[in-house]
Design a protein. Structure first.
Length: 225
């Protein structure tokens, strides 16, 4: 996530996945034997996140606040996904905020356990992925923007049909190289192809609360017309 302003040169064209209380594909994974089970247990601990200021970091800090913990009481360090298991085993962090397939590999190995599927406590239906384009390009290529939006909406409708589950996983496997057994178990976030001002305001609120924004963006101007 990056702080953006309505006057800058990118606009939102469409949305990808959205938050859902049914998704347990990412969460807080604590080091075996650490005893971490709640937000309050994270106070004073070192927690690895795949990107400082990115989605998992921002949403985890929101969960901490929701549970009465000031995120400034937690020591966050940036650790890439592939290293999460190693840093837990080595003891250089007490926990990581991670996602599958890395989360499952960690728990299967015994290096750590899921302390909280914290995403299930987040507000429902807010975009986790958005597609953006240069504002100037979008203004000059309205037909292409419209066609892209329609394609994303068509794909979302396809994903929503249970009968298409195998084909959806086949398509994912083509671009994300996961072992078949992992891909078969992977959760697929519900799609949200249309991004609204209300949804963007949710993220603006989180980012302002975490002092990530210097000013309040004009959300309406951030969505391509």
């Amino acid at each position: 996530m990056q702080a953006v302003d309505g006057g800058l040169d990118h606009v939102v064209v469409a949305g990808g996945g959205v938050t859902s209380k049914t998704i347990t594909g990412f969460g807080l994974v604590a080091k075996a034997g650490s005893g971490i089970r709640s937000a309050k247990d994270c106070v004073g601990k070192k927690v690895g996140v795949p990107g400082l200021g990115a989605f998992l970091h921002v949403t985890f800090r929101a969960w901490l606040k929701q549970n009465g913990v000031d995120h400034k009481q937690v020591n966050f360090v940036e650790v890439s996904f592939p290293q999460h298991g190693d840093v837990l085993r080595g003891g250089s962090v007490d926990a990581v905020v991670t996602a599958d397939p890395f989360m499952t590999r960690i728990t299967d190995s015994g290096a750590g356990y899921v302390a909280s599927y914290y995403s299930t406590f987040l507000s429902e239906g807010n975009p986790t992925i958005i597609y953006t384009a240069k504002r100037e390009w979008a203004q000059k290529n309205a037909a292409q923007v419209k066609a892209f939006r329609e394609a994303v909406q068509e794909a979302a409708a396809f994903i929503f049909q249970p009968k298409n589950n195998d084909k959806v996983r086949e398509a994912i496997g083509k671009y994300i190289k996961l072992p078949p057994e992992v891909l078969a178990k992977a959760q697929i976030s519900p799609p949200g192809p249309v991004v609204s001002e209300k949804q963007l305001n949710y993220w603006v609120g989180l980012m302002k609360d975490q002092e990530m924004l210097k000013s309040t963006p004009n959300v309406a101007s951030l969505i391509a017309k």
